[in-house]
Ligand binder design. Sequence first.
Ligand SMILES: [Zn+2]
Length: 354
Amino acid sequence: MISALPVYYCVEFLDHDTGDHPENAGRLTSIINAIDKDLVIGVVELRDPRPASKGYILLNHDDSYYEMIKEEVAALSGGSGRNLDPDTIISPGSFIAAEKAVGAGIDMLHNYYGTTDENGKESRAIALPRPPGHHAIANRAMGFCLFNNIAIAARAAIRDYGLERVAILDWDVHHGNGTENSFYSEKEILYISTHQHPAYPGTGRSDEIGIGDGEGFNVNIPLAPVSGDAEAKYCFASVIMPVLEQYDPQILLISAGYDAHERDPLASLTFSTQTFRWMAGTVDKFCSERGIPMFAFLEGGYDYTALAASVIETMRAMRGEVDPDEPEYLHVMDNVKRAVKETQSALSNNWKFS
Ligand SMILES: [Zn+2]
């Protein structure tokens, strides 16, 4: 059990200035204020991440793309920001923010695998990076994301620490197309996503299961609008936990977006704060039973109140304070039952489902 949960956060994340864009610095301020108000001192410990080197960022991105982002930000030279694409903004502070957003993941790995002191290993941590990451692909910014923070951490876990089975669970309301794209033909990284469908970015169908060596190691559960607590628990019971148990990961990384919340203005799912508490508690219990580390990376979540409350519940779960009940009878929407069946049958050569 860790004494205080490490929370990777820095002022540079606020300097990625997107103005009145939904993905703005106020999101993090709301979380930090909630930590101050709702959590007692000593429960969490804020950590200033180190900027990731170019070498780390190139684990998942093209050299030319890295240089382009660096030059585009440098060209702003203290002026105002601009759009890289219709969704994604850069400002003068964006490059250092993006380097530290990646660096948080590298630090989390280091603070677990890099120490030989068993008592000093930090097996749980959460990063609050801006810009977020899961839409970023190797050579392109997308959907508010510049570098794919979680994909780089997954690659670093393999290269630096010799891991062979890395699981990524993505409960952001949007499909993490960038992460899927990075690992689509690899079995060393299992990607599992629940997301609203149809919705941005349009990917994430049940039949996207990976190719070649990666076949079966890409798991999508597309959820119809208004899916809520029962549908989330149904996905965990019928797909997510069975696949995780059979895969037997050495580490679990979470793309923790909170835009599936019922209050979120950008999407139409109806998860409650308690749903996020339950999901985080469920995976924390899974990791505790196996003695493996679990690190969360903030992705989306655009209603300040819902975001802050749900992140706090995630933190409580990561401290082992949540005992998630087993879902019993769930009244699940028929279209979600169908989607889950489609996912199960697409993966029937790879995983067993009861
Ligand atoms: Zn999202």
